[in-house]
Design a binder for this molecule. Structure first.
Ligand SMILES: [Zn+2]
Length: 163
């Protein structure tokens, strides 16, 4: 069993992330996908520590919809940051967490859509066939389904924590 969506590099886990991982292993998890925001250098730094705890850990790269606002007018920069982390971290296994969040609306919706679209494009162009999308609202689910249309399911291998 794999946890495919764990924000272990969040500041909230800074004090006890090793214990959290140990409990997950004790509960028979065989892998954990650690979500990392590519626009947050501090989270990326914490992720370096998290990924060293256990060889069952893998990670993601993406700009979360909550953090899309700074990319207004330059959504491609979000995709560039996502790509930079993919290139720098060999344990990246998915583009995420990305998507649309119309519940909290921390970023304008048009900016969220532009940032999401850029990262979907990146995921497709780079052959990154796994896209971990935030799905909090109906429109976000529809957008994710649309994104999935660009990603041939037959080319999507099952998650495998092995390198
Ligand atoms: Zn999440």
């Amino acid at each position: 069993m794999v946890d495919s969506h764990a924000h272990l590099a969040d500041e909230a886990f800074s004090a006890d992330v090793e214990a959290v991982v140990q409990r997950a292993r004790a509960a028979s998890l065989t892998g954990i996908l650690c979500i990392v925001d590519a626009s947050d250098p501090e989270e990326i730094g914490r992720a370096d520590n998290v990924l060293s705890i256990w060889d069952g850990l893998r990670t993601t790269s993406g700009v979360h919809p909550h953090r899309a606002a700074p990319f207004a007018g330059r959504p491609n920069q979000a995709a560039e940051l996502t790509d930079a982390r993919i290139q720098a971290e060999p344990l990246v296994r998915a583009v995420g967490e990305v998507g649309l969040d119309y519940h909290y609306d921390f970023a304008p919706r048009d900016v969220q859509r532009a940032v999401f679209a850029g990262q979907v494009r990146l995921a497709c162009e780079d052959g990154y066939r796994r896209l971990l999308a935030s799905q909090m609202e109906t429109e976000a689910r529809l957008a994710s389904k649309k994104a999935a249309e660009y990603i041939p399911p037959k080319n999507m291998p099952p998650y495998n924590p092995s390198p």
